[in-house]
Write a protein of this length. Structure first.
Length: 272
């Protein structure tokens, strides 16, 4: 699949935290669009995707001079009060083009020099390993959350064929934790997984967040249903996993190996 990369010159980067992210003062998206193109992504139903002629997953806008803009905005925001940042809400900050463009790395460099009170980094990309040297310097003011929806690679390939392999994400969790960086495994959305999934995560993290379409898409699952994702469950004969109670299958397994203080459900797992 051909990916179209464009360059934009935004006037602002920090957006006010609202709705699901109301616990944050700001959200921060280094890119617009996302070339992982996950089949279930709620952003497909948002204006950023709906008003674009290209299919979601085939394009990404690279924000130029992002570090310069953030430096100014961050300084102003901190003068007004505590600053907590969620990166990112409608893209993955570690897009494949980040290897070359290094927009996210440039933003981290700004935040190392002028730290926010808290930074939450949400990604599914092993590329975050590259920035361990910067993340370490943020100490307890950062948490890196790695999306791992399932431990089954066959399921990953069906639902998110363009996303990084599960094994690489698990290894990334290990490396971040060994470096002393606060980490979280985020099972969002819950996809069909094996009974061994909880034990696999137990060996790597001490914090797990579980979310699904019905709790996490902002519409009780209606936005996700409009994507036609249920047909994929039917094709795989896994309809029982597309249910508001399906997350319990994973959550109850996690409860066997994690304490209640280590488990977070939906929005609670993303709060500062």
């Amino acid at each position: 699949m051909k990916i179209e990369s464009n360059y934009t010159s935004p006037k602002t980067l920090l957006n006010k935290g609202t709705g699901y992210l109301s616990g944050y003062s700001h959200s921060l998206n280094p890119y617009t669009g996302c070339t992982y193109g996950c089949s279930y992504c709620y952003v497909r139903q948002m204006p950023v995707s709906l008003f674009r002629k290209e299919e979601w997953g085939t394009w990404v806008d690279v924000k130029q001079e992002a570090a310069v803009i953030l430096q100014k905005e961050l300084h102003k925001a901190k003068a007004k009060g505590p600053v907590s940042i969620f990166m990112s809400s409608s893209t993955d900050p570690y897009q494949p083009v980040e290897h070359k463009e290094q927009v996210t790395r440039s933003l981290l460099e700004v935040m190392v020099q002028d730290p926010p009170d808290f930074l939450f980094v949400q990604t599914r990309s092993p590329l975050v390993r590259r920035d361990i040297d910067l993340l370490i310097r943020l100490e307890d003011k950062v948490r890196v959350s790695i999306t791992i929806e399932t431990d089954r690679e066959d399921i990953r390939q069906k639902f998110t064929p363009s996303a990084p392999p599960i094994a690489a994400r698990l290894k990334t969790l290990q490396l971040l934790r060994e470096a002393g960086i606060p980490v979280q495994a985020t099972i969002a959305p819950v996809l069909p997984s094996s009974p061994a999934f909880p034990a696999t995560l137990r060996a790597l993290v001490d914090r797990v967040c579980v979310d699904d379409y019905f709790m996490g898409d902002g519409s009780g699952g209606k936005r996700t249903r409009r994507l036609g994702i249920y047909s994929l469950y039917e094709e795989l004969q896994l309809e029982d996993w597309y249910d508001p109670a399906a997350y319990r299958r994973v959550y109850e397994g996690l409860q066997q190996v994690f304490s209640e203080e280590e488990l977070f459900l939906s929005q609670k797992g993303f709060e500062p």
